[in-house]
Design a protein around this ligand. Structure first.
Ligand SMILES: [Fe+2]
Length: 296
């Protein structure tokens, strides 16, 4: 890590090393396992017909519904034989460069803690349910698995050009909140959508949000909200399309062309957009989550 590369100044807990890995996964009690089971059931009642086929197949291949919080070691063995990825336990937040380094080596850093009954519906920090249920099934898809590794590699270049914010927007609009066009219609593959009940319905079916075909240059210039439903989603044709658009794009050149801040608001529709649909933005304009607006 060169000394002149900026990275988030997080304080490393004493019990973790330079790789920020926890010595082992938390031991969960029966209440924690019950929370996992209830969250799993709630999502699985909603997701068929709304989640990407690759995601649903991934859940089955990894048997995520067998009961209780999955064991990372076992997940890693299964994933390893499918796409060479593993799941490793980390404290809640880790610095960007460490996160990128793990991804670039096909290790997915997952939070250890699980939410409580009191925070069942909405959590500020990603917990083990978001990280494992939301992200890990997609890592069984070979093309998406390659994309995640390339994203980790791209992180280093983004830091050198001081354009982490732009690369963060790409992660946000794909890995967390991406939609994919399937024969049967739009489906969600982003973990932020798939790990919550409200957004899983809203992202795919509501009239409020704009849905726009993904264009990497455009997405990396677009602001995003972190504590509410998205006013805009970006749609890919396929995971091959996502891989091509990002990995074959010369990011060095792109970073040099990007300004330090975002150009487009998260509600904007611009001339070059290939629109799937223009949203009514009703939910956002009524004030979103804080106002009690219905996610329609
Ligand atoms: Fe996430």
């Amino acid at each position: 890590m060169p000394a002149d590369v900026f990275t988030a100044p997080l304080k490393r807990p004493e019990h973790v090393g330079e790789d920020w890995l926890e010595p082992k996964q938390t031991e969960y009690d029966s209440q924690d396992d019950a929370i996992w089971n209830d969250l799993f059931k709630r999502q699985m009642d909603i997701l068929p017909g709304r989640a990407a086929t690759a995601f649903l197949e991934g859940c089955e291949k990894l048997d995520l519904g067998k009961g209780g919080v999955p064991e990372f070691g076992q997940l890693s063995e299964q994933l390893g034989s499918m796409t060479g990825w593993s799941v490793v336990p980390v404290p809640m937040l880790i610095p960007d460069h460490v996160f990128f380094w793990h991804l670039a080596n096909r290790r997915f850093p997952a939070g250890n803690f699980i939410r409580t009954r009191e925070t069942f519906d909405y959590i500020q920090e990603p917990d083990v349910f978001h990280d494992v249920f939301g992200h890990v099934p997609m890592l069984t898809d070979p093309v998406f698995a390659d994309y995640m590794q390339e994203y980790g590699r791209a992180g280093w270049r983004a830091m050198e050009h001081n354009r982490l914010k732009a690369l963060g927007a790409l992660y946000w609009y794909t890995v967390e909140f991406g939609l994919v066009e399937e024969e049967a219609g739009l489906r969600a593959y982003g973990a932020g959508i798939l790990s919550g009940p409200t957004e899983a319905v809203y992202a795919v079916e509501a009239e409020s949000p704009n849905r726009i075909m993904l264009n990497v240059d455009r997405v990396m210039r677009t602001d995003y909200v972190i504590s509410d439903l998205q006013p805009t989603y970006f749609v890919i044709e396929s995971f091959e399309d996502l891989y091509r658009q990002t990995v074959e794009r010369d990011f060095e050149k792109l970073y040099r062309a990007l300004g330090p801040s975002f150009t487009y608001a998260n509600t904007a529709v611009i001339d070059i957009d290939n629109l799937v649909n223009r949203g009514s933005l009703e939910y956002t304009l009524r004030g979103g989550r804080g106002s009690g607006a219905r996610p329609v």
